[in-house]
Design a protein around this ligand. Structure first.
Ligand SMILES: Nc1nc2c(ncn2[C@@H]2O[C@H](COP(=O)(O)OP(=O)(O)OP(=O)(O)O)[C@@H](O)[C@H]2O)c(=O)[nH]1
Length: 266
């Protein structure tokens, strides 16, 4: 069979994730392990043998205007950096193809506008997102203070769907080590309160950009697959319940106790 039809063109080699990528710092890390969850590994093997197609997740990036959201996405997806600021109008998105634990996986990365006047448009796009990236500018502490509000707004639209939260500080290249360390301490505090994983990146130099998105892809993929398995288990359990009811009824009827079938059925 032609897997190309099912999966699309082959994933480039530098988008293949076979081991669980590491977090940035242990103080604000969502998962310490270096292996995929055993159930996820098993499910991936099963998908391969049954030729189950592509998996897909939506991730939304939010944060104040000018913090560097578009540059971060463009550095990862296109390996470019633009010094000129062009405000995002409404929303935009990129699709990045991965192969994770042998499973083809598309990550839809949504770039939203930071400007206040576009907030109502962007909020409609939170729906269906499985993860959120809240970006702030490491060189502008006010943008870190606003991240909690961004999370609150996103949760209003998507209370149940969001399984993974990332707090990412951009423009790391603009700070000295001492300045960076001061901001990092505040960022870790906020990340802990938000139950988010913290990263610091520079789209200009490319520092940590690839590592960050690999982590986003792996954590989102795993959470999404585990959720899918949980739903499947729940459905199987319900089918199991149904068959018990049918059996009870049949047993009652075949035992000639048809008049009492209501009791066994309900
Ligand atoms: N030095 C430095 N500048 C950056 C970095 N990332 C972004 N910038 C600059 O910051 C400005 C804003 O970047 P954008 O990516 O357009 O910001 P945005 O968050 O998408 O802005 P909105 O679309 O208005 O929400 C641009 O002039 C970028 O060149 C970085 O890592 N280092």
């Amino acid at each position: 069979m032609n897997n190309g039809i099912l999966y699309g063109p082959a994933v480039s080699r530098d988008r293949v994730i076979s081991r669980f990528p590491k977090c940035y710092i242990p103080e604000a890390c969502l998962q310490f392990k270096d292996q995929f969850h055993v159930q996820v590994k098993y499910a991936c093997q099963e998908r391969q043998t049954r030729n189950v197609g592509l998996k897909m997740s939506k991730v939304v990036m939010v944060g104040d205007l000018y913090v560097g959201k578009t540059c971060l996405i463009n550095r990862f997806c296109k390996n470019v950096f633009d010094r000129d600021y062009k405000a995002t109008i409404g929303v935009d998105f990129e699709i990045e193809r991965f192969e994770i634990a042998g499973t083809p996986y598309n990550l839809q990365i949504w770039d939203t506008a930071g400007q206040e006047k576009f907030k109502c448009i962007a909020s409609a796009y939170y729906r269906g997102a499985e993860a959120i990236i809240i970006a702030f500018d490491l060189a502008d502490i006010r943008t870190l203070e606003h991240t909690k509000q961004w999370l609150e707004d996103a949760l209003k639209e998507n209370e149940q769907g969001l399984s993974t939260i990332f707090l990412v500080g951009s423009k790391k290249d603009l700070l000295s080590q001492a300045e960076y360390e001061r901001t990092e301490a505040d960022a870790i505090k906020i990340a802990t309160e938000m139950q988010a994983e913290y990263w610091a990146v520079s789209s200009k130099t490319g520092e940590n950009v690839r590592e960050f998105f690999f982590r986003v892809a792996a954590l989102t993929f795993e959470a999404s697959l585990l959720k899918e398995l949980e739903k499947k288990d729940f459905r199987s359990a319900r089918i199991g319940e149904g068959s018990t009811i049918r059996m009870d009824k049949t047993t009652a009827e075949s035992s000639g106790n048809g008049t009492n079938s209501n009791t066994s059925c309900c």
